[in-house]
Ligand binder design. Structure first.
Ligand SMILES: CC(C)(COP(=O)(O)OP(=O)(O)OC[C@H]1O[C@@H](n2cnc3c(N)ncnc32)[C@H](O)[C@@H]1OP(=O)(O)O)[C@@H](O)C(=O)NCCC(=O)NCCS
Length: 120
């Protein structure tokens, strides 16, 4: 049974941070693993925009805000994205007896989008 659904779009240009802003965002929004994944890629602003869209989509699936860094995007060896929840988001996940989280991300040079589904 689907118990949460979220979608979000992010404009890539907004994530083409200068070094200082990127460091601030890394502290507040992104985890170390997310930053390390994105910064290995030539088109890192697309990756950061995609991760942001995934975090927003997860907030929508929950129905309210959760701390940004509590929702972490990881990847399977195939490149398929997955979500790891930490802290308050992990507690909500357990309280709501969510069994599976589905995430899909797409990005172009200008726009990134993500969809999240929570299944019980
Ligand atoms: C998945 C795939 C369709 C991506 O299509 P694309 O048009 O190049 O790129 P998009 O912008 O639409 O999507 C990119 C996102 O797809 C997701 N993705 C990558 N591989 C994926 C896979 N195997 N399954 C599901 N999603 C995948 C990622 O989230 C990626 O963005 P991110 O790395 O920033 O998180 C394409 O890479 C593919 O067919 N891969 C097959 C798997 C494969 O061959 N893996 C090789 C390594 S073993």
């Amino acid at each position: 049974m689907i118990v949460g659904l979220g979608i979000d779009l992010a404009e890539v240009e907004r994530y083409r941070f200068d070094e200082r802003t990127r460091a601030a965002f890394a502290r507040k929004v992104y985890t170390e693993a997310e930053m390390s994944y994105a910064m290995r890629k030539r088109n890192w602003p697309e990756r950061l925009a995609g991760f942001f869209a995934a975090k927003e989509a997860a907030r929508k699936a929950f129905g309210h805000a959760v701390p940004w860094r509590d929702v972490e995007v990881g990847h399977e060896p195939s490149g398929r994205p997955t979500i790891f929840l930490h802290g308050a988001a992990r507690t909500l996940f357990e309280e709501r007896a969510i069994a599976r989280i589905h995430l899909t991300i797409t990005h172009t040079a200008t726009t990134a989008a993500a969809v999240v589904i929570f299944e019980r």
